[in-house]
Design a protein around this ligand. Structure first.
Ligand SMILES: NC(=O)c1ccc[n+]([C@@H]2O[C@H](COP(=O)([O-])OP(=O)(O)OC[C@H]3O[C@@H](n4cnc5c(N)ncnc54)[C@H](O)[C@@H]3O)[C@@H](O)[C@H]2O)c1
Length: 361
């Protein structure tokens, strides 16, 4: 008899990532299949976006939501927000399967968590979807500005990435001027497009790529960037690679191909294996801006909505990503550890410190 491979135990996976709670949401009437993962609530309610994606398998969806929610814990901690980490994924094609009823049903599942999880938009969702969720629960941000929300967080996320790029350029080249630099932007969706605009405003040479061919042409034309097919981005000789699509694009194969000296983009979980690939980049002298640090602008925007902060305060917090990145790069250099390890160290210290604060009556 052939040996049947056992699927990995869900509880073992939760233990490995250190999750507090995972909720599986199923509703045959609307076709909703979603997973809400709550990683850590030491600093506050779990904050995290909702992604809608056609995952190949349910195991892929679970793995994605576990990784994304864990990195939210670190993102909120390092950005100085009083929020914990969570995330949710809806399994399906956002262009075909998304309906008002499906989003509102999903909102009901969030409502049942009584404020333990607060969401916002991500890949495959938008402010309109957040409006549908808002019809069922108040635990959602990123709703349209016309309804009193902060709207699409992606321009703010792009601003944070832009600050992270500048901090890395300062470290590698001695000045944070982008004059004469070149950047490959992989994935020109919400955040990627705003990043291309910010870079082109500074006359940076920008290469753009996406899996949607028509999108590459549109963005290249709109901003005067150079269109590159998605298969050939690692052959381009540019100073900076900005992954702004999905995670896992930095792995042994791509690191060996990369010609850039800086990686700084918006995509969550860019390193396929944080420890292995973080160390490989350190060894090769490629400066990696930890994704959860420099893409925090989006969540800062949503947090500001919750706290009723002014736009000015939101932008100050986002621009501070420059200083936070500089601190991480310095720690990485002084201790000869990967930039992700350095960032994790700072985030974990804040969580441990606040845990002690909260332990007293
Ligand atoms: N939107 C935000 O405010 C925000 C904030 C923080 C982090 N992020 C992260 O940034 C990334 C992009 O988010 P977004 O909101 O711009 O999403 P989006 O869906 O608007 O854009 C993603 C783009 O990437 C393209 N893409 C997908 N797979 C690709 C691949 N393999 N190669 C090249 N292109 C590919 C898509 O076609 C799309 O154009 C995601 O990882 C997201 O989690 C987004």
């Amino acid at each position: 008899m052939p040996v049947q491979e056992q699927p990995e135990s869900i509880f073992n996976q939760l233990d490995a990532f250190g999750h507090k709670k995972v909720v599986f949401c199923s509703d045959p009437d609307t076709g909703l299949k979603a997973i809400i993962a709550i990683h850590d609530t030491t600093l506050g309610p779990a904050f995290g976006s909702t992604r809608m994606w056609s995952y190949k398998t349910e195991a892929d969806a679970l793995n994605d939501v576990l990784r994304l929610s864990k990195s939210m814990t670190y993102k909120c901690a390092i950005a100085g927000l009083n929020m914990g980490g969570g995330y949710s994924v809806i399994i399906g094609d956002s262009r075909k399967d998304k309906t008002e009823a499906l989003m509102r049903k999903f909102g009901r599942f969030i409502k049942n968590l009584n404020g333990e999880f607060i969401t916002s938009e991500d890949v495959g969702t938008n402010p309109r979807d957040m409006e549908y969720i808002r019809m069922e629960t108040q635990h959602v941000t990123g709703i349209p500005e016309s309804l009193g929300g902060s709207g699409d967080p992606s321009p703010v996320a792009a601003q944070g990435v832009f600050q992270g790029i500048k901090a890395c350029v300062k470290e590698q080249f001695g000045s944070d001027s982008l004059t004469g630099k070149s950047v490959i932007v992989q994935g020109v969706g919400h955040v990627g497009e705003h990043l291309v605009r910010l870079l082109r405003d500074e006359n940076v040479k920008v290469y753009v790529s996406d899996i949607q061919e028509e999108r590459i042409g549109q963005i290249a034309k709109r901003y005067g960037a150079e269109a590159v097919s998605n298969n050939s981005i690692f052959d381009i000789d540019a100073d900076i690679y900005a992954p702004c699509a999905l995670g896992g694009t930095i792995n042994t194969q791509t690191i060996n191909k990369l010609k850039c000296s800086i990686i700084a983009g918006s995509a969550n979980n860019q390193l396929l294996d944080e420890a292995e690939h973080g160390a490989m980049l350190l060894e090769k002298g490629i400066l990696f801006a930890p994704d959860y640090v420099i893409n925090a602008g989006g969540i800062i925007n949503c947090y500001s909505e919750l706290m009723s902060f002014s736009k000015k305060r939101t932008m100050q917090l986002t621009e501070n990503i420059y200083e936070v990145t500089r601190t991480i790069l310095k720690l990485s250099k002084s201790e000869n550890i990967s930039t992700v390890k350095a960032a994790n160290k700072i985030a974990e210290k804040r969580i441990a410190d606040i845990k002690k604060v909260k332990s007293s009556y």
